[in-house]
Design a protein around this ligand. Structure first.
Ligand SMILES: [Zn+2]
Length: 663
């Protein structure tokens, strides 16, 4: 887990592809200050003190380099700290804008496959494809009108410092009622220059609404969760970026607070949350001009005050406070590298959430650098909400991924958002399936026998399940269900369960031929959402031995002869006659066998006397052997097979194939 991506190569590549843009910029605007992407390098690992006050967008594990965002004053600051650095991109706003679709290009784009029922369609917002604030508000209105039974109309959590609403919507069945269902929260755009997080969140919202009633997961999430969306926490900063860069690419990060006694504006809203606010000056800055300025006090900013009141008024099981970029999945704690007590739970959900996007996951202070006063620390530390900050998008994507990356990034992260919503309540996953022979108990599933089925599972979520069941089914006509469904009882979060106390059962029909393949499916879950496991087995049969001291069954050895000339086949065993007898023989069957092959047994058990090999003329090798007298019951007879063609040995079977067990 916890691997930070190496940035250095990426940054070199980025620098090369950006250099023409940078050169052009220097001719155009000499006096305008620009946001720069800066690579800081060091012979010794860079500390939080070295980089205090900077927005760190990447930090490889070895800490010998870091990527930060800096304006002119930031470059001076880096110099004063004696750090070695290189400007990778001189003008990020210009660079980002160069990758974004123009209004003319946007007007000609085809309808997207998801999000085409809203205007503008998803991925075609007027700011280079990104929705401006007014469009986000309109989209919320449009979606609420289209899905009134499962989504609320927008509600204001409070006003920003310039008087804009922080809009929230809830998706659930009976959306107007506060039901006793696990609550989940998704927010975005604390940082005004990170619109891909807002887009990714809206994509998930649209997926939920569009797939309700047809997709079991969407239906379950809507029915069994109350999912809140606050797509724009910092509308003022986002509007400010639109005003200065109407086609996208704006690099303003903070809110628009007028800080007393300085011309430097803005507070970093993701450093203004109350839990461990201002813990130190490494994870947030006391300096108003810093991009990580934490403000004058905990929740001093109206945007954060509105959010903290909302967090306190609800009982969120999980939350994502979404940011960009770095391809990371950051968990608490941010303010210190001490691990949270439920770090294992964070890892469990983090691993499941990032299965598709592949993001490294772990505590922010460990994976990146310490940051205090952050949203997810207040979620975790004050409300026991399991909360993460995804950093959506790679070093190449940056703060304003190219227009044609808006949908792919949202798709790449869809499962991560689904998993997080699941983990806010019970999140039941099937982890194993076991068949138990309840007939003669020899482990061979034979005609007529009853088989018990045990499924194991894990609740990887915050909620207790009270309605979990396991249900058995089969499409095979050769198996009949005996116990088709059982209850799994109360099942607490982050614990395992199975149905060994109340097995499922089926019976194999008595008169089907051996070799028949039977598949069974066990669906485990609750309230319409199941995780299914399938297993297929071959109905086998005892072979009868009537010789002295022998009677009973065997297992058929599985031969996997290896080699280019042999198609590996399961062997068959044929003890045709009573033992001991020269006419008792082992048959090794191979598809591609012809007269050029020979084979043999290298390592017989002492109880078996081998004789020479013969072929039966039907594509099989026959290996006669003699059963000795008085073999004790339960003796296992082992052999190792080999086969060769005309040229030489082509391979051995798995060693110690089980030939049979005397009974
Ligand atoms: Zn951010």
């Amino acid at each position: 887990m916890r691997l930070a991506p190496s940035a250095v190569l990426l940054c070199v590549a980025l620098a090369m592809c950006l250099s023409p843009v940078a050169a052009q910029q220097s001719n155009v605007s000499e006096s305008r200050d620009t946001a720069r992407l800066v690579a800081v390098t060091s012979a010794e690992p860079l500390t939080g003190v070295d980089l205090a006050g900077f927005d760190i967008v990447d930090a490889p594990d070895d800490r010998l380099s870091a990527m930060v965002i800096a304006w002119s004053a930031g470059l001076v600051e880096l110099q004063q700290r004696g750090l070695t650095f290189q400007v990778i991109e001189e003008d990020l706003e210009r660079f980002y804008a160069s990758r974004l679709a123009t209004p003319d290009e946007l007007a000609q784009m085809a309808a997207p496959s998801a999000g085409s029922t809203v205007t503008p369609p998803f991925g075609q917002g007027s700011m280079g494809g990104y929705y401006i604030f007014d469009e986000v508000v309109s989209i919320l209105d449009q979606l609420a009108a289209q899905h009134p039974t499962i989504m609320t109309t927008k509600q204001s959590l409070g006003l920003s410092i310039e008087g804009r609403d922080l809009w929230a919507v809830k998706v659930s069945d009976n959306p107007g009622i506060d039901e006793a269902e696990p609550e989940v929260r998704f927010d975005a755009l604390h940082h005004a220059r990170e619109p891909a997080a807002m887009q990714t969140q809206l994509y998930f919202l649209i997926w939920l609404l569009d797939n309700y009633g047809s997709d079991p997961l969407a239906t379950y999430l809507v029915n069994e969760r109350e999912i809140w969306f606050i797509p724009v926490v910092n509308p003022d900063g986002y509007e400010y970026n639109k005003r200065n860069n109407p086609n996208g690419g704006g690099m303003w990060r903070k809110n628009r607070r007028i800080n007393q006694g300085t011309s430097a504006k803005g507070v970093d809203l993701n450093r203004n949350y109350p839990f461990q606010w201002g813990f130190d000056n490494i994870g947030s800055s006391p300096t108003p001009s810093s991009s990580t300025y934490r403000g004058t006090g905990p929740a001093s900013e109206p945007e954060v005050a509105a959010m903290t009141a909302f967090m306190a008024a609800h009982d969120f099981g999980t939350a994502l406070s979404m940011h960009t970029y770095s391809d990371l999945w950051l968990a608490p704690l941010g303010y210190t590298s001490t691990l949270p007590v439920n770090d294992a739970d964070y890892d469990e959900v983090g691993a499941l959430a990032t299965a598709v996007n592949g993001y490294p996951y772990g505590p922010g202070a460990v994976l990146l650098y310490p940051a205090n006063g952050i949203t997810i620390d207040t979620d975790h530390g004050v409300h026991n909400t399991m909360s993460w900050t995804p950093e959506i998008g790679s070093q190449f994507d940056g703060f304003w991924p190219a227009t044609n990356k808006i949908i792919p990034l949202a798709q790449k992260n869809l499962e991560a958002l689904q998993v997080t919503a699941l983990a806010g309540g019970p999140f039941l996953r099937a982890t194993g399936l076991q068949l138990i022979d309840e007939g003669d108990g020899d482990g061979i599933l034979e005609p007529g026998e009853t088989v018990a089925v045990i499924i194991s599972g894990r609740n990887s979520g915050m909620g207790t399940s009270n309605g979990a069941t396991a249900s058995l089914s089969t499409t095979s006509p050769d198996a009949s269900l005996v116990t088709a469904s059982v209850s799994l009882g109360a099942w607490a979060g982050f614990s395992d369960a199975d149905n060994s106390a109340t097995p499922l059962r089926f019976q194999i029909d008595s008169n089907i031929p051996t070799g028949t393949s039977v598949s069974i499916v066990v669906a485990m879950g609750e309230l319409g959402l199941t995780d299914d496991l399938t297993t297929t087995f071959t109905v086998d049969n005892d072979w009868a031995v009537s010789g002295p001291g022998l009677a009973g069954v065997n297992g058929v050895p599985v031969l996997s002869a290896q080699g280019a000339l042999i198609a590996a086949q399961a062997g068959s065993l044929d003890l045709a006659a009573a033992a001991p007898s020269a006419s008792t023989y082992l048959v090794l069957g191979f598809n591609a066998l012809n007269g050029a092959f020979k084979g043999g047994v290298l390592v017989p058990t002492p109880d078996v006397v081998l004789s020479s090999l013969a072929t039966d003329g039907a594509g099989e090798l026959q290996l006669p052997f003699a059963w000795p007298q008085n073999v004790p019951t339960g003796t296992q007879i082992w052999a190792q097979y080999w086969v060769q063609d005309a040229v030489g040995p082509v391979g051995f079977s798995a060693s110690n194939g089980l030939v049979g067990t005397g009974q």
